[in-house]
Design a binder for this molecule. Structure first.
Ligand code: GLA
Length: 403
């Protein structure tokens, strides 16, 4: 949390053991007795490649330090008994029932998918979840929950799944069972991230590559929460599918919007009416930007990489129309303050901005604090409140936790 301009800043310390106490304590106070095992998974910020994953393009996320921890124990009656630190209320659900609502639907989806792999706990399970990831901030909190739950519940069943299997279980839980038409980015990075690295995922092939990240990042959470995000994400995805259907008249073998040849943009513009044209132009431009950005990042060229972040934000704002005034203001303030780059991160329509700074110029120019102060001042002037600003250190993916 950034303090008002003029005061000393306090950067939050990483939690040494984020979950042992809250999730295990919640389990004990709710169900009595100790959990059997547990796992945690991180949230994420995406550096580049927004709304490309479900279009078969590349994404370039890093995992956050903020994590969700899930601890589990056996249950007697074949049911799932769930409690989360968010509201402390206990839900008892039958995971075979397709009509489960709320966060229980994510867990029911995870168990159904684990069952397909023969990795679901036979007698049901008790589950407690807690963490320090804000929900609805566009930071991949649902993937952190499902990936951690998949690992913990598989461990309870005595099964050990690979990171890719965990990502697949979590993705299908959200996409097929809950009905959020997301891509694979959040689950892949929650399962596969490595400390200090960004993860390039080519979503059509699921090919991955780790790229060392040597810059510095600030996460600016505007506090704007849009309940509509899921609805809008599904709407955008439907628009992209409509665009592909029309473009197949031009190129019958087209599978993914991101695969449209860049040299055929004039043809695309002619073939598509608005808003499908704008959506498609974003996806194709963002695909090129992300592949180029990954090369720049791999060579440590942070300044030109940062310029791509600004371009990406502009494309999200103008073409994909998934920004919000608060996000635009933060990006503009970061630019004025000399940040290498800034853009909305995640689905958009609210949530957070990621700000890229150089390797550490010792307080000159685009140091963390002057940039954070400038953003805070601009936000305060416009909205009469402060955003939450935290430094991001790329972290590791899912892991077992002591309970
Ligand atoms: C949400 C989805 C992701 C991705 C982003 C937009 O976070 O869960 O799969 O589509 O939006 O890039």
């Amino acid at each position: 949390m950034v303090e008002p301009a003029g005061k000393r800043y306090h950067w939050p310390e990483p939690l040494s053991n984020p979950m042992r106490h809250p999730a295990s304590a919640l389990f004990r106070s709710t169900f009595g007795g100790r959990p059997r095992t547990g796992a945690s998974a991180p949230g994420r910020v995406n550096l580049l490649g927004e709304h490309t994953d479900y279009n078969g393009g590349p994404v370039l996320p890093v995992a956050l330090q903020a994590r969700t921890t899930v601890v589990v124990g056996p249950a007697r009656d074949g049911l799932l008994e769930l409690v989360s630190s968010r509201d402390g209320e206990v839900a008892r659900i039958d995971w075979r029932d397709g009509r489960v609502e709320g966060w229980g639907a994510y867990l029911a989806g995870v168990v159904r998918e684990l069952a397909i792999l023969g990795a679901a706990p036979a007698g049901g399970a008790r589950v407690a979840a807690a963490g320090d990831l804000p929900v609805g901030a566009g930071l991949g909190s649902s993937a952190a929950l499902t990936v951690a739950a998949a690992k913990a519940l598989a461990a309870l069943a005595g099964a050990r799944l690979t990171g890719r299997q965990l990502a697949g279980v979590a993705y299908r839980a959200e996409h097929d069972h809950v009905g959020v038409r997301c891509g694979v980015m959040d689950q892949m990075v929650a399962a596969l991230a490595k400390p200090g690295q960004a993860l390039l995922v080519e979503c059509a092939s699921a090919a991955t590559r780790y790229i060392p990240f040597r810059g510095r990042l600030l996460l600016v959470d505007t506090g704007v929460r849009r309940e509509l995000t899921r609805g809008r994400l599904n709407e955008r995805r439907a628009e992209c599918e409509a665009a592909v259907a029309r473009l197949r008249l031009e190129l019958p073998e087209l599978l993914w919007l991101a695969s449209w040849p860049v040299s055929w943009l004039a043809r695309l513009k002619k073939a598509l009416p608005e808003p499908l044209r704008a959506r498609a132009l974003h996806v194709i431009g963002e695909t090129t930007r992300t592949r180029f950005g990954a090369q720049l990042l791999a060579r440590g060229r942070l300044k030109p990489f940062g310029r791509l972040l600004y371009e990406s934000h502009e494309s999200c704002r103008r073409l994909y129309q998934c920004s919000a005034p608060e996000l635009d203001l933060v990006v503009a303030a970061a630019r004025r303050a000399g940040a290498h780059g800034a853009r909305l991160t995640g689905a958009g329509w609210g949530g957070a901005v990621i700000v890229l700074l150089g390797k550490g110029e010792g307080g000159r120019g685009n140091g963390e604090r002057p940039v954070a102060e400038a953003i805070t001042r601009a936000f305060q002037r416009a909205y009469g409140r402060e955003p939450t600003i935290t430094p991001v250190r790329p972290s590791g993916g899912v892991r077992r936790e002591p309970v």
